[in-house]
Ligand binder design. Structure first.
Ligand code: ADP
Length: 286
């Protein structure tokens, strides 16, 4: 099955410090590390690890981060034919200051802003061959509107992960098959109950089948890093729904995939394969 993911590709620049500098001040930090990130790219990697043929639509800048990130996606088995390199832009970055087990983040979208409706028109052939589309809100909202219109016109299922949350135009509300907010994002999202799949952190995930609200409970696991838990859930969900799983089974397995992912460091660190998800379910049910 073909899953096409349209979204951001970033390099996460993480620095740990005991104290955040004041205005005009310099402090000496501790560990610095770079991690491949961006919700789009994270979800593409999660989807590919679960076994889908994943095609990424996005953009990077003409710089070493861009080269590295494209190579990384390719290495994860993601098709990057539709990831373009923008000469005049820098690759998207998230500068993350970690202090007291909490973080402050500055995102510079860079090349991600070049994923425009115009750019999408060059990807129509790929979109038409897709069994499932997945998009987040780290690219221009007009592009998400265009995708929702296209998905509706061509009867292609579309999952919208409404993160970071922002008001959604009616065309997106109508055109998407599912929305996957976390609890905080769900508070300000006005969509039909049957389109809602809400992730509840350690509590699992809730969704509605035939008018009945259901909850798949979270799994109690040893938590190392919850960064990217939602991205793992979304990528896994897209693969499972595209491969014909019902909503309940897809939510159950995506919930397992996300629980496995929080046991390792980095957004993409613990994203499991389908075999690992199924082995976990077998272990827990015996
Ligand atoms: P986000 O990462 O977008 O804020 P959530 O915090 O709701 O989203 O997490 C997404 C999913 O990741 C949850 O539905 C659950 O499956 C899994 N998850 C997150 N945190 C935990 C945790 N502490 N223990 C087990 N599973 C978790």
């Amino acid at each position: 099955m073909n899953v096409t993911i349209i979204g951001s590709i970033n390099m996460d620049l993480t620095v740990t410090t005991d104290r955040v500098p004041d205005q005009g001040e310099t402090v000496l930090g501790k560990k610095f590390a770079t991690y491949p990130g961006g919700k789009g790219a994270n979800q593409a990697v999660a989807s590919a690890r679960l076994g889908a043929d994943v095609h990424m639509i996005g953009a990077v800048g003409h710089d070493p981060f861009g080269t590295d990130l494209k190579a990384h996606l390719l290495n994860e088995g993601v098709d990057v034919t539709h990831v373009s390199t923008i000469q005049e832009a820098s690759t998207g970055t998230a500068t993350i200051i970690v202090c007291d087990n909490d973080n402050r983040i500055i995102v510079a979208p860079g090349a991600n802003a070049y994923v425009t409706p115009e750019y999408m028109k060059g990807c129509e052939a790929l979109l038409k061959e897709s069994d499932m589309l997945l998009v987040q809100l780290e690219i221009p909202i007009e592009t998400v509107e265009w995708i929702a219109g296209f998905a509706r016109a061509h009867h292609i299922p579309l999952i919208v992960n409404p993160a970071p949350i922002q008001p959604l135009p009616e065309s997106i509300v109508e055109g998407a098959s599912f929305f996957t907010p976390n609890e905080r994002e769900a508070e300000s999202l006005q969509v039909k109950e049957e389109k809602l799949i809400t992730t509840l952190g350690a509590q699992g995930v809730s969704f509605t089948v035939n008018g009945n609200k259901k909850i798949v409970e979270g799994f109690s696991v040893e938590v190392r890093d919850t960064t990217g838990a939602g991205d793992t859930f979304n990528g896994a969900l897209a693969t499972l729904l595209a491969s014909g799983s019902g909503l309940e089974e897809a939510c159950l397995k995506a919930n397992v995939a996300a629980a496995l992912s929080v046991q390792k460091e980095g957004a993409q660190g613990g994203m499991p394969t389908l075999e690992e998800v199924e082995a976990f379910i077998r272990r827990r049910s015996t």
